[in-house]
Ligand binder design. Structure first.
Ligand SMILES: O=C(O)[C@H](O)[C@@H](O)[C@H](O)[C@H](O)COP(=O)(O)O
Length: 327
């Protein structure tokens, strides 16, 4: 059995089996060097001697864009990096800062992962100084979207994250909320929502006073060339779901077809959202997302990412923004 399959925690089971699983998971077996509890401002200012953070070449709020309101635009930040290496370093620093702030404020850091290239971009978190400085024991990890496949399947976002990140940092296994891969897509989505409700009741997950939906500290999104985020695809009715926290699809245009996904009201209730978008294949969708000429009738899913509170930060590279004329 693979390392990722060995951790069989599901969202529903997590709260009742905390102590048993936390002592036996690959994640909890990681022997990090003794953690130095640094204030978040210090964590944020540290850089790795091997790969110094190189400032992004451009950073701004968009002139208009998704959501349309001036307030929403003012909370959008575009970071463009010369190399993926610098993006990864900056992303780790950003996450360490947010983690430090959330732990200081609420005693927990709630973060949702996507699949795809994002996980590779998180690799610096497994290295010094982040491995030692981040309070991993306070992390609660969710999936923005997940493919409905067994957890040890090559298509599983859980496996991807476990192999690339979660098996290398000491987050208690009971705080890693995988979907129940024995259920149908519908059943898994319902159970995941129930799990979130339980964690809201337990005070682990906050609730947005503005929207009434759960307010995770950080939502990490990738974007497809078609402008999809999570498993919210262009033209699919799921993008208009406004009641459920977690929903499902059985006809995803990106394989595999069956997935569960956070809905837009949940995504947009987050305290922070990071959109990690690299490569020339994404340039068209990035261009549309930053265009001033938007109409609500043809919004790409990425253009529907618009928080009620908090900041949306784009982590990009030059190829991804190559169609933005003002840069
Ligand atoms: O499970 C999934 O398919 C993802 O969550 C999906 O939303 C992904 O983030 C984008 O497709 C971007 O993927 P890339 O970064 O690999 O292009």
């Amino acid at each position: 059995m693979s390392a990722s399959a060995a951790v069989s925690s599901t969202c529903a089971a997590a709260s009742s089996t905390t102590s048993r699983r936390s002592s036996s998971s690959p994640a909890s077996r990681v022997q990090a060097t003794p953690r130095r509890s640094l204030p978040s401002r210090l964590v944020a200012s540290r850089t790795s001697p091997r790969s110094p953070v190189v400032p992004p070449v451009y950073a701004t709020a968009s002139a208009g864009g998704a959501g349309g309101t001036t307030a929403a635009a003012a909370r959008k930040k575009l970071l463009i990096f010369d190399a993926e290496e610098y993006l990864a370093e900056s992303l780790a620093k950003y996450m360490a800062r947010l983690s430090g702030e959330a732990v200081a404020e609420r005693g927990a850091f709630t973060v949702a992962l996507s699949g795809g290239s994002l996980i590779k971009a998180l690799r610096k978190l497994t290295e010094s100084p982040y491995l030692e400085a981040v309070e991993w024991s306070k992390w609660h990890v969710f999936w923005v979207d997940e493919r409905v496949v067994p957890k040890d399947h090559a298509d599983s976002n859980y496996k991807l994250a476990m192999d690339g990140l979660l098996s290398k940092v000491p987050i208690p296994a009971s705080q890693i909320y995988a979907i129940n891969d024995t259920l149908s897509a519908e059943g898994a989505a319902d159970e995941y929502e129930t799990c979130l409700k339980q964690l809201v009741n337990d005070g682990v997950v906050a609730i947005s006073e503005v929207t009434g939906f759960p307010k995770l500290d950080l939502m990490l999104l990738g974007m497809g060339p078609d402008g999809h985020v999570a498993s919210l695809f262009p033209g699919h009715p799921i993008v208009n779901e406004n009641l459920k926290w977690v929903s499902y699809i059985k006809d995803s245009p990106k394989p595999p077809p069956e997935r569960i996904t956070f809905t837009f009201p949940l995504v947009n209730s987050s305290a922070h959202i990071a959109l990690v978008v690299t490569g020339a294949g994404k340039a068209g969708a990035v261009h549309k997302a930053f265009s001033d000429k938007q109409s609500s009738s043809d919004l790409l899913p990425v253009e529907m990412v618009s928080q009620q509170e908090g900041v949306l930060t784009w982590f990009t590279d030059k190829p991804a923004v190559s169609m933005l004329s003002s840069i």
